[in-house]
Write a protein that binds this ligand. Sequence first.
Ligand SMILES: C[S@@+](CC[C@H](N)C(=O)[O-])C[C@H]1O[C@@H](n2cnc3c(N)ncnc32)[C@H](O)[C@@H]1O
Length: 224
Amino acid sequence: MGLTDGLMRILGKQSRKPSGWLGKMIFGHLATWGHRPLTNWAMSFMDVQPADHVLDIGCGGGMAIKLIAKIAVEGFVAGVDCSEEMVQQALKRNAAAVRAGRVEIRHGNVAVLPYDDESFDKVVAVETFYFWPDPVANLQEVRRVMRSPEPTEGKPGGLVALAMEGSKETPNWQKLAAQAARMGFPLYSGAEVEKMLTAAGFSRAWFEAAPDKGWGWLCALGVK
Ligand SMILES: C[S@@+](CC[C@H](N)C(=O)[O-])C[C@H]1O[C@@H](n2cnc3c(N)ncnc32)[C@H](O)[C@@H]1O
C-alpha cells in the first residue's frame, strides 16, 4: 500500500466517522465552511418554512443545523450523527438554540433513528449518503420519521434532500469513482439514488445535478 493509498484510507475513515483531533479539525471546523455552498444549494430545493420540523442526518459539526434554525424560527431542528465527537461540536456550534429548546442533537445512526414516526416535515443529509450501510433500508427508516401527506388539507408528504459533493453526474466520473473506492465508499448517479428512493417507498423521487460544480454536485430528492 503506497503513502497515497494510506492517506486516502485515513481520509475515507475520517469522513465516515470523524474522530480525534484530525476528525474534529476537518469535519468539525473546515467542512463547516467547505460544505456550506453545497448545503445552501440543497436548501434551495427544500423551501424550509418558519414552522417546519427538520432533521439533519450525519450532521457533522452542525453548520447546516445552524443555517436551518435561522429559518425554522417557530419550528424545531434536530441533528443525528454516529460520531460522538461531531455531536459535541454540533452542540457547541448551536448552544444558544439548544438552550432555547429549538435545536436538539443526538448521537445515533441512520439505521435506527431516535425519533417517532412522522416527526419531521423535511430531512436533509449532506455529504453522508455514501456512508449509509444499507441505503434502501436506511431510506425506509428516514421515510418512517417523515410526515405523511394530508390530502384533505392539500398538504404533500415530507421531503428528503440527499446532497453529495461528488457523483457520477460529472464528466470522467470513472476516475473519481476509483478514488472514492480507494477511500472505501461508492459514488452514485442521480438515477441510482432516485431508484433507491422509489424502492424505499417515496411517492415521488427526482434529482438535481450541477456537473460543473465540485466533483459533480448531486441532490436527490424524495417526497413521502
Ligand atoms: C463527511 S461528514 C459530513 C458532515 C456534515 N453533514 C457536513 O456537511 O459538514 C459525514 C458525516 O456523516 C456521519 N455518518 C456517517 N455514517 C452515518 C450513519 N450511518 N448514521 C449517522 N451519521 C453518519 C459521520 O459521522 C460524519 O459526521
